[in-house]
Design a protein around this ligand. Structure first.
Ligand SMILES: [Zn+2]
Ligand SMILES: [Zn+2]
Length: 327
């Protein structure tokens, strides 16, 4: 009898203890983890222009896509072993609102490159308070699908129906030529096919325009030929009230390698020698003129400045703020 009583006591005590243990767990259940992120856009004032970086997605850059000396590539492999994310890249397009025109510089990959990890640009443009229909002009640095895929749907519809698209004539002539495509190596064929399919509806609508010199397209914007990565690879430099921003396309793929070693090229550079020479010519001017850089593959928001650092360059990224600096 006594024994049964004490067992009941033990059972009661255990139940009381269990309720203390259950208490904190119940509180945790009330706030589940969200596991999502903020919308992918970021604004910066450059003189009178409002620049909005539009995130398209991220991708891992393979070290085998870089060409450098054995010593440099050995140091890249070692650094990558210590930090597996050192070659992670973003894909980004940029909106410039000049108050007269709404201009998109590069359009991300859409559904033409990178699978489900890319193709967020149009959604982020809406999150930033604009619509694709409002875009008047699209400036294209080059016709690789990670920069133009966002222009056109897979069924051939224009994502930016009001926009006039501008691209260098050398670029358009190269990628849209059936003769050049026929002679290109097999693994380059998808780049030609996507460029042709993406351009087609704009050409049909009379919205595809090429330039071959320094003709004026937008007030306050200068064309900067940056050949090598592709034949007509072009940067767009906007100036307002003494401030400058350069949309430089694929001058830099691997931020943490090619700024310290500007001679390192990417296998996607069609003319390796010209690509390295163009980068080596451009980088000192970006430092001396304190030009804001908009680099599609830099870590988001893909905006920053260069500083001289040792024998190469260091990256000073724009730092997040929720304030609009009206100065
Ligand atoms: Zn490219
Ligand atoms: Zn690219």
């Amino acid at each position: 009898m006594l024994k049964r009583k004490s067992m009941r006591f033990v059972a009661t005590l255990l139940a009381v203890l269990a309720s203390f243990v259950a208490g904190p767990n119940a509180a945790l259940d009330a706030a589940p983890q969200h596991r999502d992120q903020a919308p992918g856009f970021y604004r910066l004032k450059v003189g009178d222009f409002e620049v909005t970086a539009l995130f398209d997605g991220t991708a891992a850059f393979d070290p085998h896509w870089l060409n450098g000396t054995k010593a440099t590539m050995d140091s890249v492999a070692k650094a990558l072993h210590e930090d597996p994310h050192m070659l992670d890249v973003a894909d980004t397009g940029f909106l410039v609102n000049t108050s007269k025109q709404l201009i998109l510089v590069d359009a991300g990959a859409g559904t033409w490159w990178g699978g489900a990890a890319l193709g967020r640009l149009a959604g982020n443009l809406r999150s930033a308070g604009y619509t694709p229909e409002e875009v008047n002009i699209v400036l294209i640095t080059h016709l690789h699908s990670d920069h133009v895929g966002g222009l056109t749907t897979q069924d051939g519809k224009r994502v930016f129906p009001s926009a006039d698209v501008y691209v260098a004539k050398a670029e358009s002539d190269f990628w849209l030529s059936p003769e050049i495509a026929a002679k290109a190596p097999k693994d380059a064929q998808p780049f030609f096919q996507s460029a042709q399919a993406i351009a087609a509806p704009y050409i049909k609508a009379g919205k595809w325009h090429t330039f071959s010199g320094s003709e004026p397209i937008v007030e306050g914007m200068q064309l900067i030929p940056l050949p090598g990565h592709t034949p007509g690879h072009t940067g767009y430099e906007f100036s307002s009230k003494g401030q400058k921003i350069l949309f430089l396309g694929d001058i830099v793929h691997a931020l943490r390698v090619q700024l310290q070693h500007p001679e390192v090229t990417a296998i996607f550079d069609i003319d390796q020698t010209a690509a390295a020479a163009t980068r080596q010519q451009l980088l000192p001017r970006l430092v001396s003129e304190d030009i804001v850089i908009a680099g599609p593959h830099m870590n988001f928001p893909a905006l920053g400045r260069l500083r001289k650092e040792g024998s190469g360059y260091g990256w000073a990224p724009v730092v997040f703020t929720d304030q609009w600096d009206a100065k």
